[in-house]
Ligand binder design. Structure first.
Ligand SMILES: Cc1ncc(COP(=O)(O)O)c(C=O)c1O
Length: 379
């Protein structure tokens, strides 16, 4: 498919270059339509199939999410937010006094606060990894891992500079020292193949409303088989054995449903959310993350080339294919994102960088609009 073939699948006005998928992915028309149809069904609960709405749809979603992680459906829990999945990880990993929890400098707070709390409770320490200007995050993390590292709580793509971590290398070193790996994949899952066998995380989570192009308040957590006997955050009725038989719910069961299902959030069947999310994940899986990665790299390269003549470049070593963070010249105005917005370009400013994150719908006209708007904003 050409870029222009993807545009009609989204509701993107021609006078806007939406380069802000890392902020919020636009839902495809088909996903929004599925969500609207789900709201319509909610007006007539008597028409809603119990098995379908409560069980089959969430199972179908679990299966699509599993494909993105390269996992089995039973390894996936449905969660409302990345922070929820990370809280699951924190609750189920051991930590001793004076051990370290490793995070990156400037890491997204959902993957920081929970670890500060856990460290404080255990008498353990937070170790924040910084990188020098020419150093990759992978090098910095590999340097920082030591015998004291109990947990490394990391992303695959740094949300503010777009640097990519070689998680297989990190995992090898970490495991050799006995450490555990927890991942926030919110800024990467769905944009590249996730090599589960090489990376072997203990827990990995992703919010669903960015690169997964889904509704807000529905995300996914991978839980490695060895942790699937752990403690959920809630004790919901639907994750217990026999929950399909509504007439016998008070024949209380001491057993959970199989695999990671016990970790599902309460009301995980999310009637209004699940059909929309399912549509988006099916589309992404049908495209295939490998092909998507190639296409997104082509677009970020084109965007990078378009502003190179202005002296604006990406200085992040080993940047992720889908994620372009541009270092602004020191005399650039402080309100670049607002200036670009006035020219019909949507991007985010994170620290001293402009975060430019396209998707398949980004075409040559968007790239030209971005270059023109940058020239006008910097002049
Ligand atoms: C890396 C990363 N993780 C998580 C989130 C969202 O977190 P939560 O789902 O906990 O609201 C964001 C949002 O910007 C993010 O960039």
């Amino acid at each position: 498919m050409m870029n222009s073939d993807y545009r009609p699948l989204f509701d993107l006005p021609r006078d806007l270059a939406y380069l802000n998928c890392a902020y919020m992915g636009p839902m495809p028309r088909a996903a929004a339509a599925a969500g609207k149809a789900a709201y319509d069904r909610r007006m007539r609960p008597w028409e809603m199939g119990v098995q379908d709405q409560f069980f089959d749809q969430p199972e179908a979603l679990r299966a699509e999410a599993a494909r993105l992680f390269g996992a089995s459906p039973g390894d996936i829990a449905l969660v409302p937010a990345a922070s929820y999945g990370l809280a699951l990880a924190a609750q189920n990993l051991a930590l001793a006094p004076r051990q370290d929890i490793l995070t990156l400098a400037g890491q997204f707070p959902s993957n920081v606060y929970i670890w500060r709390e856990k460290a404080a409770q255990a008498g353990a320490r937070m170790k924040t990894v910084s990188r020098s200007a020419n150093q990759s995050w992978t090098e910095a993390v590999l340097d920082a891992i030591g015998p004291q590292t109990a947990i490394a709580a990391l992303p695959e793509t740094h949300w503010a500079d777009g640097g990519r971590l070689d998680l297989a290398a990190v995992s090898d070193k970490l495991r050799a020292q006995g450490g555990r790996l927890v991942l926030d994949l919110t800024q990467s899952l769905g944009t590249a193949r996730f090599d589960l066998a090489a990376i072997r995380p203990d827990f990995a989570v992703a919010a669903g409303y960015k690169w997964l192009l889904g509704p807000y308040t529905l995300g996914y957590a991978y839980i490695a088989p060895e942790h699937q006997g752990g403690r959920p955050l809630e004790e919901g009725w639907i994750v217990r054995e026999g929950a399909e038989d509504f007439a016998r719910l008070v024949d209380y069961s001491d057993h959970y449903q199989d695999g990671a299902r016990r970790f599902d959030m309460g009301e995980r069947s999310g009637f209004q959310l699940v059909p929309a999310a399912l549509e988006s994940l099916r589309w992404l899986n049908a495209l295939g993350p490998e092909a998507l990665n190639v296409a997104l790299l082509e677009r970020t390269r084109a965007l990078e080339e378009a502003v190179r003549p202005l002296g604006v470049t990406c200085d992040t070593p080993e940047r992720a294919a889908h994620y372009l963070c541009l270092a602004l010249p020191s005399d650039a105005p402080g309100d670049m994102a607002q200036r670009l917005s006035r020219e019909g370009v949507s991007v985010s400013q994170r620290g001293a960088r402009l975060r430019v994150t396209p998707h398949l719908y980004t075409d040559d006209a968007d790239i030209a609009r971005f270059a023109d708007a940058m020239a006008a904003a910097i002049a």
